[in-house]
Design a protein around this ligand. Structure first.
Ligand code: HEC
Ligand code: HEC
Ligand code: HEC
Ligand code: HEC
Ligand code: HEC
Ligand code: HEC
Length: 403
């Protein structure tokens, strides 16, 4: 018997070869779009046997292609103005590694990342000896730089109108509009741009009725105790050089001492009338990075707050003892235990990480601004605002609580 086992082991043991280092890394070095094509390049992994390309349009269903032992792949079966997600898996059939998921946007090349083989992309935003802006930027302020493309001219996303261009036309984008951003002339040394201020006393001059006011100090974010003194900017939330998060959201907002990276996973799916996002996880941690007090768990509507769920933050004195609508909880009524599922009259975005719809900040709020015309709410530090809401007050609440 023992002899037989030894013989079997000798016969079936895999040929001994140097193996992939399971602690190693593999990353995309270029992801370039052009009409009807996406070209992928990735870094070499010593002792790899085969590389596999995973492709998806929704982050849920993936097709897998064994591309052999090569370091690039050209996908010719893509449709322009559709979002694709790719990852590369490498194996020696004992050990394996996988890249983070990257999006691709044919016919455009995403200028935000995967630079290793594509350093000419720096020139889209920086000039080495003739720049007009700080940090060698091609525009005077960061916002102006972003808007040179995100006014819908060199990107399919128009952040001013809050729209996305698809093959069938122009549709609302998930984050909402910023309106006609204009530069602050009284503080030219600071790279800020101001939207209009809507305090309930003046009619909005642009499209939105409220926005994340760029140029406001981050420390003034309602529901926060952050001492981070910096003006709110596109790059306070997005990393222009790319990140592994959905929408290149920052892994670190620099607002707490906590070094735990923020992980936001979601997939914008191109549909016939716009992008419908499969939100998976992490958006509450992201919003909570500046509005930490509002990150409250199930039951918080009936319990005076004494802490926040946002790692690395203490509850600010403004919020002590306040009752706040819970977030990151399942869409069911709460009476000490979870009960009957709530049904939404109109679909609002929820996250799926719990396996059942989970209510998050962006269930009720847009991220950039809202163009819904509605009665403003009184807000914490005086004045009134429509606070980036997706629906008017009564409609929003009764969308889930049909009273
Ligand atoms: C989409 C526009 C964009 C592209 C493309 C881009 N950058 Fe930047 N970069 C910026 C912006 C905006 C800032 C300022 C960031 C801020 O103010 O927070 C910046 C800042 C920097 C800085 C100084 C701050 C830091 O992060 O270290 C360096 C260095 C830099 N970029 C290098 C590069 C290089 C090298 C490339 C090409 C591989 C590149 N950038 C491509 C937009 C871009
Ligand atoms: C040179 C043009 C250009 C500039 C400048 C630029 N972008 Fe982009 N951006 C793009 C393109 C192209 C895409 C890919 C989507 C598409 O097809 O339009 C994109 C995508 C994005 C996305 C979506 C990323 C994703 O994975 O879904 C965000 C967020 C974004 N940009 C933010 C910014 C911010 C913030 C700035 C300023 C720091 C900026 N961009 C500057 C061209 C630009
Ligand atoms: C307070 C944080 C914050 C600021 C400031 C911000 N963004 Fe965003 N942005 C987000 C979030 C969060 C999303 C994803 C929203 C969603 O999918 O619901 C997003 C989405 C986007 C997208 C993807 C398309 C869309 O509109 O949904 C682009 C492009 C973009 N932002 C560009 C910009 C530009 C340009 C600026 C500055 C003018 C900016 N962002 C300022 C948080 C921010
Ligand atoms: C980088 C910091 C930062 C992040 C991240 C951030 N915010 Fe804000 N937020 C601010 C600041 C600063 C203000 C105050 C300036 C203003 O009123 O626009 C603010 C204001 C608001 C307001 C009140 C606006 C008004 O008109 O009174 C809402 C609502 C809001 N944020 C929701 C969100 C949501 C939802 C997210 C996540 C998608 C988020 N914020 C992420 C900094 C941030
Ligand atoms: C169930 C819907 C809902 C959810 C979920 C929600 N909000 Fe709100 N939020 C509102 C409404 C409604 C207001 C208007 C003020 C009020 O009624 O207290 C508001 C107000 C705000 C304000 C302005 C507060 C002020 O007084 O200036 C901020 C900032 C804000 N929300 C951020 C967040 C963040 C961050 C999250 C997630 C941690 C979140 N909200 C989750 C509905 C919601
Ligand atoms: C997306 C669906 C949704 C929307 C929109 C919504 N709620 Fe809720 N609400 C819930 C859920 C889920 C709970 C259970 C919370 C828990 O687990 O503690 C809840 C709980 C409550 C509670 C009970 C808290 C407790 O401790 O028993 C009140 C009161 C409430 N919501 C008021 C509101 C108001 C006011 C609005 C409008 C600003 C609103 N809700 C909008 C889903 C929603």
């Amino acid at each position: 018997m023992i002899v037989l086992v030894i013989v079997l082991v000798l016969v079936f043991a895999p040929t001994v070869h140097a193996a992939i280092d399971p602690e190693g890394t593999i990353e995309f070095t270029a992801v370039e779009g052009s009409s009807g094509q996406v070209r992928l390049e990735w870094s070499q992994v010593p002792d790899a046997v085969d590389y596999y390309v995973y492709k998806s349009t929704d982050g849920i269903n993936w097709t897998v292609t064994n591309v052999g032992n090569v370091l690039s792949y050209q996908d010719n079966s893509v449709t322009d103005y559709t979002n694709y997600f790719y990852k590369v898996y490498v194996t020696d059939y004992v050990y394996s590694l996988v890249t983070p998921v990257v999006p691709a946007y044919p016919p455009d090349t995403n200028v935000h990342g995967n630079y290793a083989e594509n350093t000419q992309l720096c020139a889209a935003c920086h000039l080495t000896h003739a720049a007009t802006g700080e940090k060698l930027k091609v525009a005077t302020t960061t916002v102006n730089l972003c808007i040179t493309c995100h006014d819908g001219t060199q990107s399919k996303y128009n952040s001013l109108t809050g729209e996305v261009r698809l093959s069938g036309g122009i549709y609302p984008s998930p984050s909402g509009p910023f309106g006609n951003l204009k530069e602050l002339d009284y503080d030219p040394g600071v790279q800020v741009v101001a939207g209009y201020t809507y305090d309930g006393t003046q009619e909005p001059s642009g499209l939105p009725t409220s926005i994340h006011n760029l140029g406001e100090m981050i420390s003034t974010a309602p529901g926060s105790n952050t001492a981070y003194i910096s003006a709110l900017n596109c790059t306070s939330c997005h990393n222009p050089h790319g990140s592994t998060n959905y929408r290149i959201l920052r892994n670190d907002l620099f607002t707490s001492g906590s070094s735990a990276p923020i992980v936001v996973e979601a997939y914008p799916v191109t549909g016939p009338t716009g992008e419908n996002v499969n939100y998976v996880r992490g958006t509450v941690n992201f919003c909570g990075g500046c509005h930490s007090d509002f990150h409250q768990p199930t039951g918080s509507g009936s319990r005076g707050a004494d802490k926040t769920e946002e790692t690395g933050f203490n509850l600010s004195s403004d919020s002590a003892g306040k009752r706040m609508h819970a977030v990151n909880m399942r869409l069911t009524v709460y009476n000490g235990v979870y009960g009957i599922p709530l049904t939404m009259t109109a679909p609002l975005p929820t996250e799926s990480w719990a396996g059942t719809p989970t209510v998050v900040c962006i269930t009720c709020h847009y991220s950039h601004g809202t163009k819904e015309a509605m009665a403003p709410n009184p807000v914490r530090y005086g004045g009134q605002s429509t606070v980036l809401k997706r629906m008017d007050k009564m409609k929003l609440c009764s969308n889930c609580h049909q009273k």
